[in-house]
Design a binder for this molecule. Structure first.
Ligand code: COA
Length: 177
């Protein structure tokens, strides 16, 4: 089942995030990057982000995975699945659920910055994008990522004046899962 996250889910989401990164980022990013992204503890800022934007896949009380969406910008972030449960369709279910919310909210497209390990997953789910870009973290380090887009309603996006889709894409550069 997928439901809106509450503040009480912040700890489980934070721990799932750390475990998922440690399980999949090795081989794609340096030990320094891994350490930077997994060190530290749950912050008030993270809890507020959970409350405002996250959904969780759950089995009873247990959080299995997480995903967030900004229904104003169409940006997806924070997709993490417990390592033991990866490749069982949970990530796709979360993404589909966010896409349904986005369509209901009238969004034309979704954008995200994929980490290098996750780009094949997003492609399987219909996201497009191949070029590697550099994400600069507010904490002062750079991370390679792949900006990706999925058009939800092609006719609406085709009707945009030239260049607007690109601008939306650039705006996506300011956050990474
Ligand atoms: C990436 C992640 C969210 C995918 O979730 P998941 O539940 O494991 O993925 P799913 O089982 O829903 O996979 C959906 C499809 O993508 C494929 N897929 C998933 N991860 C993949 C990968 N790393 N490489 C290639 N294909 C992948 C699956 O095989 C499946 O394909 P199918 O439709 O042919 O069966 C999850 O593995 C994860 O938490 N990774 C670590 C954290 C992370 O990097 N998050 C993304 C940050 S941008």
């Amino acid at each position: 089942m997928i439901r809106k996250a509450t503040r009480n889910d912040a700890r489980a989401i934070f721990d799932t995030r750390v475990a998922a990164i440690l399980a999949q980022w090795q081989g794609f990013y340096s030990a320094e990057i891994l350490d930077a992204w997994t060190s530290g503890d749950l912050t008030e800022q993270f809890a507020l982000w959970v409350e405002s934007s996250f959904h969780v896949a759950v089995d009873g009380d247990k959080v299995l995975g997480s995903a967030s969406i900004d229904l104003h910008s169409g940006q997806i972030d924070g997709i993490f699945v417990l390592p033991d449960l990866m490749s069982k369709g949970i990530g796709r279910q979360l993404l589909t659920s966010l896409e349904n919310m986005a369509v209901a909210a009238g969004l034309d497209q979704l954008v995200l910055n994929s980490t290098l390990n996750a780009a094949p997953f997003y492609r399987k789910c219909g996201y497009e994008g191949n070029a590697v870009a550099v994400y600069s973290s507010p904490r002062g380090f750079n991370l390679d990522c792949v900006p990706m887009t999925k058009v939800l309603r092609r006719s609406a996006v085709d009707a945009q004046p030239c260049g607007q889709a690109d601008l939306a894409h650039e705006a996506a550069q300011d956050r990474l899962p």
